[in-house]
Design a protein around this ligand. Structure first.
Ligand code: F6R
Length: 260
């Protein structure tokens, strides 16, 4: 696992956007797995800026969703489908046909989850999966004690995650209790995992994930099992890392050609 400490969220967004741009230059129809929430927004802004500036042609890129609320009416502005279309697909100049996600309004949720796992592998697998991290260490919506081998399935959000996400809704009661999320086993199949964490509120979860034992109690610790996982953190989110100086020195000495 590589840990890169950046000065702030904007620098993290720029660094990751450049890694995505470089992937798309190598593989124009790359399948990019995107996360929602606040953290990845600087990535999407930086990437859209590169597309507008002509620094990368993303017109053949494909986008797939990490997770989705269950039970929000189709087209709800906070459904993750709507969020990804608004924050990623449209700014990159893509259309809905380049996008796949699980059906959060399906009557048969389990069948929708299985269909989504199948769709991901039929699409050739995810080339680069962006991740955020919950204050409780979740990735996607794999809450603590999710199986490290889990596949896409329905999960129940913890009280803490519902409270953390209440800011996106008119009232805390509107935050759905249930979600569909790629499982940890599903996430680990992506060729490159890139997790961005910013702010002091993520420092404890980051330290446990990077330097603690691999444990279902801290779902993001599963990144330790992946052969190409990159964790990008700002100074605040890095503040509880014991090996911060080592991570800084390693990245400073890294040959530029290696990229992320
Ligand atoms: C959302 C997702 C979640 C978020 C996490 C952090 O698609 O996968 O794991 O990344 O809850 O959310 P923010 O970035 O809003 O702090």
């Amino acid at each position: 696992m590589e840990v890169v400490i950046v000065p702030d969220a904007t620098a993290g967004g720029e660094l990751i956007a450049e890694a995505i741009a470089s992937l798309v230059r190598r593989k124009p129809d790359a399948l990019l797995g995107v996360a929602t929430g606040s953290t990845p927004l600087p990535i999407y802004e930086a990437l859209a800026g590169k597309v507008r500036a002509g620094a990368v042609d993303a017109s053949r890129a494909r986008i797939c969703q990490l997770d989705e609320y269950v039970g929000l009416p189709a087209g709800h502005p906070e459904s993750y489908r709507s969020v990804v279309l608004r924050e990623v697909v449209e700014p990159l100049g893509l259309d809905e046909s380049s996008f796949i996600g699980p059906d959060g309004s399906a009557e048969d949720v389990q069948a929708a989850c299985e269909a989504y796992d199948r769709a991901l592998s039929e699409a050739g697998g995810v080339d680069l999966q962006l991740l955020g991290i919950g204050t409780d260490g979740h990735i996607g919506f794999n809450e603590p004690c999710s199986s490290l081998a889990s596949r896409t399935r329905i999960k129940t959000l913890t009280r803490q995650t519902r409270a953390d996400n209440a800011r996106f809704f008119d009232s805390p009661d509107e935050v759905p209790h249930h979600v569909i999320t790629q499982g940890i086993g599903t996430i680990l199949e992506a060729r490159h995992l890139v997790l961005l964490a910013t702010g002091e509120g993520k420092a404890e979860a980051v330290a446990q994930s990077v330097e603690g034992p691999v444990a279902a109690l801290v779902p993001a610790s599963a990144l330790q099992l992946h052969r190409h996982a990159t964790v990008v953190v700002d100074e605040a989110a890095a503040s509880k890392l014991k090996l911060a100086d080592y991570f800084r020195a390693t990245y400073a000495a890294k040959p530029a050609w290696q990229g992320l």
